[in-house]
Ligand binder design. Sequence first.
Ligand SMILES: CN(C)C(=N)NCCC[C@H](N)C(=O)O
Length: 255
Amino acid sequence: MTSDRALIRRPSPRLAEGLITHIERVPVDVELAARQWQQYVDALAEAGWTCVEVSPVDDCPDGVFVEDTMVVFRDLAVIARAGADERRPEAAEAERAVAAQGYRTANITEPGTLDGGDILKIGSTVYAGLGGRTNQTGIDQLRGFLEPLGAQVIAVPVSKVLHLKSAVTALPDGTVIGYEPLTDDPGAFPKFLAVPEEAGAHVVLLGEGRLLMGASAPKSAELFRELGYTPVVVDISEFEKLEGCVTCLSVRLRS
Ligand SMILES: CN(C)C(=N)NCCC[C@H](N)C(=O)O
C-alpha cells in the first residue's frame, strides 16, 4: 500500500463539449462518465492513494483532465499554461490545491504553453512532448525550473496524437510503452516496448507492480500480466471519446 496522494477533479456538466483534435466527435454520456470517474477514483483509493479533490470548474468542459494543469517534480509544482485558450481557467484552483498539499509552485508564462499531458517523468529524466499544445518556450521554462532540482529535460516530437502521454507512458522499470503507429520517435527512448493497442500505451503506476489502465486495451493488459505486472482495469470509455486516458484524470503526488 502507498500513502501517496492524487489530485482529482470531478467532471463538468459540460463534459460532452470537451475538445477533440485527432479523433471524430461521438456523443458522450455524461451520467456514465460520472460513474466511470467515481470508479477511477475508487480504484486509486483501493490501491491506497489518498484522493484530494480540486475545486470543480464547471464552465470548463475539459476540467476533469486535471493532469494537464501542472507538472510535479520533487517539492515543486510547475503550473501549466494550457496550449488551448479554453483550458486556461482550469489552472488557478489546481494551483491552490497543490499549494495546500505543501508544494512550492512556479508558473509557465506567456508566450510559453505547456500541458501536463505532454510531460513524462522517468526518475530524473523528464520527456517533454513538443507538439500541438506544448511549445519550445514552455519546454525551456520547464527546464529552467526543473534542472536546478536535478532533472534532465529532453524534448521529443509529438505530431500524431494530442499529448506525449497519449502516445507513451512507462512501466515501473522505466521501459517506455507505446503504440508504434502513433509514436513519433520510439528511438528517442532508451528502452521501448510496443503494445498492441492505442490505449495499451496508457498506464498509471499504482505501486507494487500494479498498473491502472483502461478496459479498451485487453491485449496489452495480458502482455503486462505476462511481464509480471498486475493490471487494474477501469472503463473510461466516455473520457476516451474526448482523447482522455487514465493518466489525464489525476495528478499523482508521490512522497
Ligand atoms: C495524456 N492526455 C491525453 C491528457 N493529459 N489530457 C487529455 C485532454 C483531453 C481534452 N479533451 C483536450 O483536448 O484537452
